[in-house]
Design a protein around this ligand. Structure first.
Ligand SMILES: Cc1cc2nc3c(=O)[nH]c(=O)nc-3n(C[C@H](O)[C@H](O)[C@H](O)COP(=O)(O)OP(=O)(O)OC[C@H]3O[C@@H](n4cnc5c(N)ncnc54)[C@H](O)[C@@H]3O)c2cc1C
Ligand code: FES
Length: 237
């Protein structure tokens, strides 16, 4: 169990929730959260937006029953927090683009912090795409060298993959696919963080299975981060 320290609305339907939890979580990992007894049956996977040794902060969008319950939590309420689970974004260096669409921006905040801490010489551009309202852009300015925001259009139009050594992305599958198609013939290494629906979160149920170039993988256990070419491979080859 963790204790909610803060749960604030940051836009029409995005919330930031800080939870007391000792941890050594890594960038790109996620927790399974629940704040109810029986219904909904399943805990909900949510990425690490930020963390320190004693707290984890989540950025979530209220889209259904579970996240709506999260949005009503108050300071000092208890929340069940299991994890951290999953693999991490790779510790890439050099000219790096972090590209997020919608709530896919969530894992990029702590990732930018960690990559800069690992190599202060790295140059990090953060691309944030939103359908109707930009969220947390001022906060992202504190962790990136350059922030590029697109509201209502396609964030993938803003990026030239040739400028980068590595591109890490999280967001809707069509967005990540376009990014891969744009960048696949450049020197940029491209990694995607997948947000498949999950049930157990620990590799036991196969609900989160995704097809990859090297066979079926469990997003919760083998991912959520994969090389983009593993996910967007050409099945005809
Ligand atoms: C590894 C991982 C990390 C994630 N990180 C975050 C995060 O940091 N912040 C965040 O807000 N969300 C994140 N998600 C998505 C989040 O888990 C879902 O939005 C949440 O489970 C919805 O629960 P609900 O009960 O509110 O909605 P439900 O009532 O279950 O569903 C409401 C609507 O949301 C859709 N939906 C539910 N889950 C997903 C999903 N995984 N992908 C796309 N659509 C979905 C449903 O189809 C339905 O239309 C992540 C998912 C994964 C797998
Ligand atoms: S959610 Fe059960 S195996 Fe991934």
């Amino acid at each position: 169990m963790g204790k909610v320290l803060e749960n604030k609305k940051v836009s029409k339907d995005f919330f930031l929730m800080k939870v007391e939890q000792k941890n050594q979580a890594l960038m790109g990992q996620f927790y399974m959260l629940r704040a109810w007894e029986q219904y909904p049956v399943l805990s909900r996977p949510v990425s690490i937006y930020d963390r320190d040794d004693n707290t984890v902060t989540f950025l979530y969008k209220a889209v259904g029953k579970g996240t709506e319950i999260f949005s009503r939590l108050k300071k000092d309420d208890e929340i069940k927090i299991d994890g951290p689970y999953g693999n991490t974004f790779p510790y890439v260096e050099g000219r790096i683009a972090l590209v997020g669409g919608g709530v896919g921006i969530a894992p990029l905040f702590y990732t930018a912090k960690e990559l800069k801490k690992q190599n202060p010489e790295s140059n990090i551009t953060i691309y944030l795409g939103f359908s109707d309202e930009a969220v947390l852009t001022e906060e992202f300015k504190t962790v990136g060298d350059r922030i590029i925001t697109n509201v209502g259009g396609f964030i993938t139009d803003e990026i030239n993959p040739e400028e980068y050594d590595a591109i890490l992305t999280c967001g809707p599958l069509p967005m990540m696919r376009v990014l891969y198609e744009k960048g696949k013939d450049t020197k940029a290494e491209i990694y995607v963080s997948m947000e498949n629906r999950m049930a157990c979160g620990v590799g036991a149920c196969l609900v989160c299975t995704c097809k990859t170039a090297s066979g079926n993988k469990k997003v919760c256990k083998d991912g959520p981060v994969f090389p983009a070419k593993e996910v967007f491979y050409d099945e005809s080859k």
